[in-house]
Ligand binder design. Structure first.
Ligand code: BEZ
Ligand code: FE
Length: 293
C-alpha cells in the first residue's frame, strides 16, 4: 500500500511532479532568515516551473549543468564569467534598474562592468588621460548638477574607457601604461569637469569562454557600443554609475549587455582646427538619497 497523502504534511514529505515546489520549500526551517526564505522559495518556484514549462529532458539538464560547471571553472581573480553570464542575460541591468529608480531629469544608471580599478590618481581638470598615444583625442566636458540645476561641488568623477584597440589597460598590463585612459577629477564650486581622452571604440566582451559560446549558439554578437564609463560620488547624493555612449555607434541597439539607455547617448562632434579632434558635452544630474521614483 502507498503512503497516505491526505494530510498537508504527508503531501509535503513525498516528492511528486505536481507538488514539487511545495515539497522542496516545506523543508526550509522556520528559523531561516525571512529574506533568505523568500528568495530561495521564489527561486525554487521559478526553476521548477521552468523545467515544467519546457519539459526539460535529462540530456538538456546535463548540458545545462556542464555549462554552469565550465562557467565556474574559467573564473579567476581577474575573470568573472558568472557576472558576464548575468550581464548577457540582462539580469545585471534588471537588478541595476530595480535598485536605481530615479526621478525624471536625474542621470540614469547603467552596468558597472568588470574593468573599474579603485585607486586611480586624482588629476587636474583638463588633463589628458590617454597615455599610450593611440586613438582620436576627445574633449569630455560638462557639469555635475543637482535636480534643481545647482552645481555640485566636491563631486568625485571616476572615468575609464578602452584604448583605441578596444582593450582596457587591465586587459593588457604588459602592453598599456598603468592607468591608461583612466582618471579621477574633483569638481570645484562651479560643478564643471573637463578632461581629454580618446573617442572610445566598440569592443567585444571576453568571448573565449562558455558565455561567448552561448552567445554564438544564440546567434548573438559579443559587442558593446563605444562608451566612456563614469562613477560620480558626492556627499549627500546617490552614487551614479553610468556611461555615455557615442552617438551613431552601430551597436547602440544591440549592446550585448543591454546597457544602453536613450538618455545616455551623447553627442560627439568633430572640432576643426582645435588641438582635440572631438568634443563631447554631457551634464550629470545627481539625485539625493530620498529622491526616488
Ligand atoms: C564594460 O563596459 O566594461 C563591460 C560591461 C559588462 C560586461 C563586460 C564589460
Ligand atoms: Fe566598458
Amino acid at each position: 500500500m502507498g503512503a497516505d497523502l491526505t494530510t498537508p504534511a504527508a503531501r509535503a514529505a513525498y516528492f511528486t511532479e505536481e507538488n514539487s515546489i511545495d515539497t522542496v520549500n516545506a523543508r526550509m526551517a522556520k528559523t531561516v532568515d525571512p529574506r533568505l526564505a523568500e528568495i530561495m522559495a521564489s527561486l525554487v518556484k521559478h526553476l521548477h516551473n521552468f523545467a515544467r514549462e519546457t519539459e526539460l529532458t535529462q540530456e538538456e539538464w546535463e548540458i545545462g549543468i556542464d555549462f554552469l560547471t565550465r562557467t565556474g571553472q574559467i573564473c579567476t581573480q581577474e575573470r568573472q564569467e558568472f557576472i558576464l553570464l548575468s550581464d548577457t542575460l540582462g539580469l545585471s541591468m534588471l537588478v541595476d534598474a530595480i535598485n536605481n529608480r530615479r526621478p525624471q531629469g536625474a542621470t540614469e544608471n547603467t552596468v558597472f562592468g568588470p574593468f573599474h580599478v579603485e585607486g586611480c590618481p586624482v588629476r587636474q581638470m583638463g588633463d589628458r588621460i590617454c597615455l599610450d598615444g593611440k586613438g582620436e583625442s576627445c574633449l569630455f566636458i560638462g557639469r555635475v548638477l543637482d535636480l534643481d540645476g545647482n552645481p555640485v561641488a566636491g563631486a568625485r568623477i571616476d572615468v575609464w574607457s578602452d584604448n583605441a584597440e578596444g582593450y582596457y589597460d587591465v586587459q593588457q598590463p604588459d602592453i598599456q601604461p598603468k592607468w591608461n585612459n583612466r582618471g579621477v577629477f574633483v569638481t570645484a564650486e562651479d560643478g564643471r569637469y573637463s578632461f581629454i581622452g580618446i573617442k572610445p571604440v566598440s569592443y567585444p566582451i571576453p568571448d573565449d569562454g562558455p558565455v561567448g559560446k552561448m552567445l554564438a549558439s544564440l546567434g548573438r554578437h559579443p559587442f558593446r557600443p563605444a562608451h566612456m564609463h563614469y562613477m560620480v560620488r558626492a556627499e549627500g547624493f546617490q552614487k551614479l554609475v553610468t556611461h555615455t555612449f557615442v552617438g551613431g555607434d552601430p551597436y547602440l541597439e544591440s549592446d550585448t549587455v543591454f546597457g544602453v539607455k536613450k538618455t545616455l547617448v551623447a553627442p560627439f562632434t568633430r572640432v576643426e582646427g582645435d588641438e582635440t579632434l572631438w568634443r563631447s558635452d554631457y551634464d550629470f544630474v545627481l539625485a539625493r538619497p530620498d529622491q526616488t521614483r
